[in-house]
Every structure is written in C-alpha cells, then in structure tokens.
Design a protein around this ligand. Structure first.
Ligand code: ADP
Length: 353
C-alpha cells in the first residue's frame, strides 16, 4: 500500500513498523481497492487494486481524488458529508465494467473508501431476473388456458358435450407445465450436483435404441427415424443424462421438420480416437446468426413455432450441461430450409468386440 512517506517516517518503533508492514501486505493481497483520505480529503494511502480499478497514477498520494482521475460522481460521493448508500459507477478504465464504492468514516480525520468490481455480480443478477421472468411467462400461458377451461366447466349452463371435450383439452397445457417443471428440475440438478466420481460403462447403441423408442409418440405417419451404428464403442457416463441428450436432440429433429421428415441417428468413429453421436434432419434448419445462442435457456429461433411444437426452450441448455459433464460439447451445422446436423464427440473406453 502506498502511503505518505513523511507520515510513515515518523513512526519509528520497530513493533509499529512490523504491524504496519503486516497491514500493508494485507491490503495488497485483497482484490478490492482501498483508499484512505485525510481531513482535507487528500489521498493518504492506496493499495494496488485501487490503482488498477480506478486507473490512479503512481504519484496519487498527497493529491485530491479529483486531481488524479475524472470521475465526478465518485468525487461528489467522497465529498458528501452524510452517510450514504454504496455508489455504483462506470469504470474509468474498462469499458462496460461497473464498480461499486463504499465510504467509511473511521474517525474525525480519516475516511476509507473500498472499491470493488461488480460487473459479474450485476450480470448474474440480471440473468437471474430474466430467468425468473422467463419461467413465469412460460407458466402463465398454459395456466391461463387451464383457467379459461375451468371457468367454462364450472358454468352450469355449459352443455355436457362441451364439458367433456374441454376435459380432454386440459391435458395439453397441463402436460406443457409438467415438461417445463421437469426440465427446470433437471437443469437445476445438473448445475448443483457434482459429476459422479464413478461413471457407468454406457453402451450407446442400446441407449440410442431406447431413446428412439421413447420419442416414437412424436413421429408422424410419413416420418422416418432410422439409426446407423458404425461402431459399438463403449463410453463412461451417466446413462440417464446421456439418454436426455439423445431424446432432446432426436425430438428436436422431429419437431423442427415438416411432415414426411427423414431423421437419422448415427453412432460412429469421431476424430482423435473419439466416438461421435450425430443426429441429422432435413427440416427447417437454423440461420447462422442463431447458432451460438441455441444452448441459452429459453432461446428460440422462433418463439411461436417452438411453443406450438411443444418445446420448453430448455432442451439444448440441458444437452449443453450434460455434455460438459461428459467432457464433450454440442456442435451444430445447419442451413435454413435444408436441415441440421447436431453432433458431439466422446472419449471412448473400448469396443466390446
Ligand atoms: P425448444 O424447446 O424450443 O425446442 P431447445 O433448447 O430444444 O428448445 O432448442 C432451442 C431452439 O433451437 C428451438 O426453439 C429451435 O428454434 C432451435 N432448434 C433446435 N433443434 C433444432 C432443429 N433440429 N432444427 C431446427 N431448429 C432447431
């Protein structure tokens, strides 16, 4: 911590010097900026973090803050006499970074200012707010539908025939809410639990067969879903998680293809000794500008289209998390109106043959 040389020169007992050195070391290792001001609000001491965060010049000790950096809001904050809430302000050094300053009156002659970078914290808060807003919005739509049906059902004047048909129609919005809650729970579980230390040996051929059987209900009369196994390599993994990768990718391929779709699921040799899971469709395809954002929660290329096709907007976010836990990542090649290839490579254990 840089401080006023005259003042530290006057402290000459070795005990005090040692104590000061300890304090100095302490302020140098903390990532928060620390500035000490005297009665005239001249800078008496600063640590390295404060210099880096605020872009303070080397020779700032003994000067007014306003003489060293041009941040009028921070200067007004320092000069205000009353106790104040922490101040949020734009970093004078890093574009788009946000800093927070807190001021403490230590005694009549000394003020201490702590400055920290809150850019990441702010970003996380914004993400949390938009996540909650998205979930509420996603639940509100089917809830409104259920509410409307129930109001008609309890109306004594509603004919029995209409009542019966409304009861049947209740299933779709309820199923929608159920899928959303299930996906949310799975995503939370993936984020909050560590990867199991002992993963199972997974036979991907059997796993893909089971996933195809699970999504049978989505396949239309004219659609075709085929498997193409070019390898029988075994991988280490969590079967239930890998199953959700397969069902999400295959059901997306079906849902984003017009009737008469032809979908192929491949398990084959990948690059660098890995094995590749690949799901190919000849459906709607995706324009280039959306590709990087597909795995963000609730990101959809076409909101209306996704909802009407029964999507929760969380499928690929789940896929991303599972793959990360399996040392893999999702890759996509796609062209609008020509179709998409979603694939990922896995480290292999062995081939059973
Ligand atoms: P959703 O539940 O909306 O399908 P996902 O996370 O599974 O959510 O997918 C995100 C978005 O990616 C979808 O809304 C859709 O726009 C696009 N998408 C995913 N898979 C495909 C595909 N096979 N073909 C075209 N678009 C796709």
């Amino acid at each position: 911590m840089k401080n006023d040389p005259q003042k530290s020169g006057s402290d000459n007992t070795s005990q005090l010097t040692n104590r000061l050195r300890e304090l100095e070391l302490f302020t140098e290792v903390i990532p928060d900026g620390v500035l000490i001001f005297n009665t005239q609000l001249l800078i008496e001491a600063v640590n390295e973090s404060a210099q880096a965060l605020l872009g303070l010049p080397e020779a700032c000790v003994g000067q007014l803050l306003s003489e060293t950096i041009n941040v009028p809001r921070l200067n007004n904050y320092l000069n205000a006499s009353s106790e104040q809430e922490p101040l949020e302000f734009s970093s004078p050094v890093v574009k788009d970074a946000t800093l927070e300053a807190r001021l403490f009156q230590v005694d009549e002659s000394t003020k201490v200012m702590i400055v920290r970078d809150i850019t990441t914290l702010n970003r996380l808060l914004t993400m949390r707010q938009s996540f909650v807003a998205n979930v509420s919005h996603e639940l509100r739509t089917p809830l409104t539908v259920v509410k409307g049906y129930l109001e008609t059902l309890v109306d004594e004047g509603t004919p029995t025939e209409l009542r019966l048909s409304l009861i049947g129609k209740l299933k779709a919005p309820v199923r929608r809410m159920e899928s959303l809650v299930n996906d949310l729970l799975l995503l939370t579980q993936l984020e909050s639990t560590p990867v199991p230390p002992e993963m199972d040996n997974v036979d991907m051929v059997t796993l893909i067969d089971n996933a195809c059987a699970e999504v049978q209900g989505l396949i239309g009369e004219n659609d075709s879903l085929t498997t193409n196994y070019q390898t029988d390599r075994i991988i280490k993994g969590v079967p239930s998680e890998l199953n959700s990768v397969c069902t999400n990718l295959i059901s997306n391929a079906i849902r984003y293809s017009p009737s008469g779709a032809s979908i192929e699921v491949l398990w084959k040799e990948g690059p660098r000794g890995k094995a590749r899971l690949e799901v190919r469709d000849q459906g709607l395809g995706i324009a280039k500008e959306h590709l990087d954002r597909l795995t963000e929660r609730f990101y959809r290329v076409d909101m209306q289209n996704s909802r009407s096709r029964g999507g929760t907007g969380l499928g690929l976010a789940i896929v991303k998390h599972v793959l990360r836990r399996h040392n893999s990542e999702l890759q996509v090649q796609s062209e609008p109106n020509r179709g998409s290839v979603f694939f990922c490579d896995f480290d292999c254990l062995y081939s059973p043959k």
